[in-house]
Design a binder for this molecule. Structure first.
Ligand SMILES: CC(C)(COP(=O)(O)OP(=O)(O)OC[C@H]1O[C@@H](n2cnc3c(N)ncnc32)[C@H](O)[C@@H]1OP(=O)(O)O)[C@@H](O)C(=O)NCCC(=O)NCCS
Length: 187
């Protein structure tokens, strides 16, 4: 089974990035509310560099952080998808599920809906045994998404992020293929 180029959910389309996404993504990355739990907001140059890294990840791995669209309503609302972390930690190598949406799209269940579709790719065509997710302890919105997805945290997995920009403590959530597949078996 191969990874589909586009993924459709009830309300969303997850797709590869197009040039016009870059301006909207830069706007989102310049919003202090979106970036509250990151080391800083991003400049246009930093935001474009992030898209370049996302594209390179798709080329290398065949999957990545998909651009999310609300068909007929919003051409780009952020990203949701799967990524291989580029740093070393006690739980790497691994695949993580991640999300970042524009503030005016929060509170509608879009992140959880898109992430379930991404997990189905990870545990389906990619045949992963485990997918993780990580954030700082205060990012309760993101942690709620992780819990809604059935991910669980063992405090023994907490870690200090090793990237140069971000040495803060992070919490790690894990989800096993067996648990995801058991809860998504067709009735
Ligand atoms: C993390 C983030 C994606 C979460 O977004 P979110 O909108 O809270 O999460 P969801 O899309 O799953 O939506 C769930 C909320 O929508 C509500 N909702 C409304 N309509 C809904 C529907 N039709 N279906 C499901 N949920 C719905 C739910 O009740 C829930 O609200 P609650 O958390 O207040 O109980 C968002 O806050 C974000 O982009 N943050 C900035 C980037 C970031 O921190 N990323 C994570 C780094 S690790």
């Amino acid at each position: 089974m191969s990874v589909p180029r586009e993924i459709r959910t009830d309300r969303l389309l997850l797709r590869r990035w197009v040039q016009s996404d870059r301006a909207s993504f830069a706007e989102l990355n310049a919003d202090a509310r979106v970036m509250e739990h990151f080391p800083s907001v991003l400049t246009r140059t930093e935001s474009d560099a992030a898209v370049d890294r996302i594209e390179a990840h798709f080329e290398r791995h065949g999957f990545g952080l998909w651009a999310v669209e609300v068909p007929d309503r919003a051409p780009f609302i952020g990203f949701v998808g799967l990524a291989v972390p580029s740093f070393d930690a006690h739980f790497t190598p691994c695949v993580e599920v991640g999300w970042r949406l524009a503030v005016d799209r929060w509170g509608r269940g879009y992140a959880t809906e898109a992430a379930r579709a991404a997990l189905a790719i990870g545990f389906g065509p990619l045949a992963l045994e485990e997918i993780v997710s990580m954030t700082v302890p205060d990012n309760h919105r993101s942690r709620r998404v992780m819990k809604r997805l059935g991910m669980t945290r063992d405090p023994a997995d907490d870690f200090v992020h090793p990237s140069q920009q971000d040495h803060r403590r992070h919490v790690l959530y894990r989800l096993q293929a067996t648990d995801f597949n058991a809860s998504h078996r067709p009735a």
